[in-house]
Every structure is written in structure tokens, then in C-alpha cells.
Design a protein around this ligand. Structure first.
Ligand SMILES: [Zn+2]
Ligand SMILES: [Zn+2]
Length: 286
């Protein structure tokens, strides 16, 4: 069980590896291009080579790329076209740098309901998959449910995955989103029930990453607000319960937390260390 973090790739993705080693992260997630713009700046050959060199030198892996926040497979045709192009560009970058996959949010059905957008979402994602490099996963992240966000239940994600019928489709479970969506994963019965449902609807073999975030918001709030490990409603004991579940044994935990210092801009060493301490206490191999 690797303990990793979302790190900035400003200055090129290789700089992300350096930031990871500074905070003790063993795996990373990066944005390959600005997550709030449609325009995708392709990686240069030099950036790709230096990234691969840094990975070999440090052993920090796997890498996941987080897709653009603008992607919305529940949107209108123009939005779908842009979403397909954006995901395709990110998958291509993932192939270049040897990343495991591209994690993305499905977006919102804008009140139309999941049934109304299932067909168009599946059609768009099939097109993305047809251009997906081999050995790169398209990874659907569960949502907190906020408003009409797609994929807050394992059943919804499972239905979409069955439409896609592809071994390249995987799932990232965000602990904060899961909790906000109403799954009480902080106690042994709750996590057992949640992962049974995950297995029945999606299949545990599709679980390839965890976004490890404590929750600023209450159980079932439907609101996506991350908190530092131990400072939120999931708490340190909640993470111990989650990490002890066998479904996560070989799955990398990637922090997307605000950071302990008011000046910090994301996951930092105290958060990485908090998860490593729990991992040690549980006797789980790194
Ligand atoms: Zn996340
Ligand atoms: Zn989130």
C-alpha cells in the first residue's frame, strides 16, 4: 500500500517527483495540463524523458494523471466533444510518461437524472477508449453527489462501466466523496458493507486508486470538501478502519488534502506521515 499525494507539476512533471520525495510520498498524482482550461499543452520529449529518469532514480510510482475539472459527460454535444478531446489528450500524455491512468470526474447531469445521460456518457467514453493507449487506464472517480453530480453511488458507476464493457476502465474511490455520499466508512461494519456493494456493483478488481481525504463535511452531506487526515469527520480512527479493509491492501492512497500549514498548497509531510503511521500500526507492507 503506497502512500502518495497529488503534487504540483509546475516546471514539468519531473519536478512533481522531486516534490513527492520532499514530503515522503511514494506515488503521485499530477495534472498534465491546467485542470481549469480546455487547452491541452502537450508534453515535450525532454519533459517525458526527464520524468521517466526521475521515476527510475527515485522509485516513486505509480503515477496517476488527474483529468480536467471541466470534463462533463452529462453535458451538451459541444461539451461532450471537448470532454472527449481533453480525456484523450490526457490519456496520450499518460502513455508517454508511463502513468497508470487518468482519473476523472464524470461531471453533472444538471438535474436531468443519471438515466437521461447514461447513453450519451457511454458513447463519449467509448470514443475515448477507442483512442486510449494500451496499458493506460481510464479511471472513474466517485463523486460526493453535490447537486446532480454523476457517480455518487457505486450502482451508478457500475451501470456506466457495464455499458462500456472494457478492461481499461477502472475506479478511484475518494474517501471524502464516499463519506459525503452517505457511506459510513468510518466503522468496520460500514466499510464492510460499502466494499461489498462496491464489489457487487463494480467489482473490486477495478479499484486501482484511493483519494485519501478526510472530510470537512458530515456524513451524507453530499458536499465535496477535503480536510487534512485526522482533522475531519472521518478522523484517524476512520482511516485506520478503511486501511485495514483487505480491498485496499495493494491500492495506492493519494492525498488531496489542503495541508496543515496555512501557507501550504496541498498535501504535505504531516499528512503523508499520518497515513504511514496508520499503515505501520496495521502492519501493512509499504
Ligand atoms: Zn478526489
Ligand atoms: Zn473532492
Amino acid at each position: 500500500m503506497k502512500i502518495g499525494a497529488h503534487v504540483s507539476a509546475s516546471g514539468g512533471p519531473a519536478a512533481g517527483i522531486d516534490r513527492a520525495t520532499e514530503i515522503g510520498a511514494e506515488a503521485i498524482q499530477i495534472f498534465a495540463s491546467s485542470p481549469r482550461a480546455w487547452r491541452f499543452k502537450a508534453l515535450t520529449e525532454e519533459q517525458v524523458l526527464s520524468f521517466r529518469e526521475r521515476v527510475d532514480a527515485t522509485g516513486v510510482k505509480p503515477t496517476f494523471i488527474h483529468g480536467s475539472y471541466l470534463v462533463n459527460v452529462g453535458g451538451d454535444p459541444a461539451m461532450l466533444e471537448k470532454s472527449v478531446a481533453s480525456l484523450t489528450a490526457n490519456l496520450e500524455a499518460a502513455g508517454q510518461i508511463g502513468a497508470a491512468g487518468v482519473i476523472f470526474h464524470g461531471g453533472s447531469h444538471k438535474g436531468k437524472g443519471f438515466d437521461a445521460i447514461l447513453d450519451q456518457a457511454a458513447t463519449a467514453l467509448r470514443e475515448v477508449l477507442s483512442k486510449c493507449p494500451p496499458d493506460v487506464w481510464l479511471v472513474i472517480e466517485n463523486s460526493a453527489g453535490m447537486g446532480s453530480h454523476i457517480g455518487s453511488s457505486f450502482a451508478e458507476i457500475g451501470r456506466l462501466i457495464r455499458e462500456l464493457d472494457s478492461p481499461s476502465v477502472k475506479v478511484c474511490l475518494d474517501t471524502q466523496h464516499t463519506y459525503a455520499a452517505g457511506y459510513d466508512i468510518t466503522n468496520p461494519d460500514g466499510i464492510a458493507k460499502a466494499m461489498e456493494e462496491f464489489d457487487a456493483e463494480i467489482g473490486l478488481f477495478r479499484l486501482v486508486a484511493v483519494h485519501a481525504n478526510d472530510s470537512k463535511m458530515e456524513l451524507g452531506s453530499g458536499v465535496d470538501r477535503h480536510e487534512n487526515i485526522g482533522d475531519g469527520h472521518i478522523g484517524e480512527s476512520g482511516f485506520e478502519t478503511i486501511m485495514a479493509h483487505p480491498a485496499f491492501r495493494d491500492v495506492p492512497f493519494l492525498l488531496e488534502v489542503p495541508g496543515s500549514d496555512p501557507d501550504s498548497k496541498g498535501p504535505d509531510k504531516p499528512n503523508v506521515d499520518a497515513l504511514k503511521t496508520i499503515r505501520d500500526r496495521l502492519g501493512i507492507p509499504a
